[in-house]
Design a protein around this ligand. Structure first.
Ligand code: GUN
Ligand code: ZN
Length: 421
């Protein structure tokens, strides 16, 4: 059934400088969950005028957020205090991820995980699962039920962890290929070949990951790169003949234009230029980097690499892409770059959609894309409401939401036209 969703429309064009705003706007959603029409209420075609309507008044209606890097099996282990990344992984992360060997536990967790994304206005994500094939399957099935653009894969890791979360090179390749055959391009689902990071994969596994990636047509490659100083030192010990961390992934064919590397904090100029030449993307995870003390990722220093934004739950401390924008803003201020609200919102929506190669179907309010939407209340809390009294432009309203908002500001979320929150 064709439906109408109305409110203050905020939409971006091809880049963040093209922000359009309709104080009384409407989106028409077709039977297939796609945007049929969008514009000012005053120009609504007569044919849609009597369609059932969700009216959000003065609240902001915009493209849903996209999380470019998040860990499904870490959905409840936020705020686990450790010395640093490697200590955090062994002390908390691997024991928690071990639970995902059990299919019923993974299935129950997948439902909670997705509900948490939706309550934060996130409508699409690139997620790590655990090393158990059943966990990736559980997440794919849960996302399919919501007709959601969800990208995941089985985490490949065959060393430097506990046996409960380790696989073997051969098994991981077999499982990865099987997941690709079943789930990639099934509805809105996509597959990502997912070696955890160089430390937890033998050369044999990385080699197979590269071979499997070539066979998984259209799949993304997700992994971690240059997050902490101790991690980089361990990579140097394990791969003494490679000139730097990036070279390890390069050697195994994992540096491609479909590769998303989480963090990229301590890259050398040579690594940045090789990553950029390959067309790779860095997923910036500021709440995680600050929580684990990993360092400050400078967008300027990593230029011209494309930068996606991500929560990195459970290293990250918030599911909210608004909070992630706030932390991005603060980290870049430390690095001498002042981002605008339009830049931050663009990164979290269309920018991330492009990085994840799903911009043909989501990330903006263009006609024909799926109605993946978030409704934000700029006066959701007392602090937001009083700050709102001072706002003089839509850019100002968005900036206050990014810096002061969180899930309390999310009034509703739609995935493919269906109300999920
Ligand atoms: N590096 C390897 N695995 C992980 C993980 O689960 N979280 C983060 N933040 N970094 C990693
Ligand atoms: Zn991560």
């Amino acid at each position: 059934m064709t439906r109408l969703i109305t409110g203050q429309l905020v939409a971006f064009g091809a880049d963040y400088t093209h922000l359009s705003h309709e104080s009384k706007g409407a989106i028409v959603v077709g039977d297939d969950g796609r945007i049929l029409w969008r514009g000012p209420m005053s120009l609504l075609p007569q044919a849609f005028a009597t369609a059932p309507r969700d009216d959000y008044g003065d609240k902001l209606l915009m493209a849903g957020f996209i999380d470019a890097h998040i860990h499904f099996p870490q959905y409840r282990m936020l705020a686990a205090p450790a010395k640093d990344l490697l200590d955090w992984l062994s002390r908390y992360t691997f024991p928690e991820e071990a639970r995902y060997a059990a299919a019923p536990y993974a299935a129950a967790s997948a439902k909670i995980f997705l509900q948490r994304l939706f309550s934060n206005g996130t409508t699409a994500a690139l997620a790590f699962s655990s090393s158990h094939k059943v966990a990736a399957e559980a997440l794919f099935h849960a996302a399919e039920n919501h007709h959601m653009a969800l990208i995941t894969g089985k985490t490949m890791m065959d060393r430097e962890a506990t046996s409960a979360v380790q696989d073997t090179a051969e098994q991981s390749a077999e499982d990865t290929l099987a997941l690709h055959r079943v789930f990639h391009n099934r509805g809105r689902l996509r597959h990502a070949v997912s070696p955890r990071f160089a430390i937890t994969s033998t050369e044999a596994q990385l080699e197979l990951a590269g071979e499997v990636l070539k066979q998984c047509h259209g799949a993304l490659l997700q992994t971690h790169l240059s997050e902490s100083v101790a991690e980089i030192a361990r990579v140097k010990q394990l791969f003494p003949n490679d000139p730097d961390y990036t070279a390890v992934y390069e050697r195994f064919g994992l540096l491609t234009d479909h590769s998303i590397f989480a963090h990229g904090i301590h890259l050398s100029a040579s690594e940045v230029s090789r990553l950029a030449a390959a067309g790779a993307t860095i997923a910036h995870c500021p709440t995680s980097n600050n929580f684990l003390g990993s360092g400050l990722m400078s967008i300027t220093r990593n230029s011209p690499l494309p930068i996606a934004l991500a929560t990195d739950i459970g290293g990250g401390t918030s599911y909210s892409m608004l909070q992630t924008m706030a932390e991005t803003y603060k980290v870049q201020m430390h690095c001498g770059l002042k981002l605008s609200a339009a830049q931050l919102f663009h990164m979290a929506t269309l920018g991330n959609a492009r990085a994840l190669r799903i911009d043909h179907e989501t990330g903006s309010l263009d006609i024909g894309k799926y109605a993946d939407l978030v409704v934000l209340n700029p006066q959701a809390t007392a602090v937001l409401a009083s700050r709102h009294e001072l706002s003089e432009s839509i850019e100002d309203v968005l900036f206050a939401l990014a810096l002061l908002g969180d899930d309390r500001a999310v009034a509703a979320t739609y995935v493919a036209g269906g109300k999920v929150h």
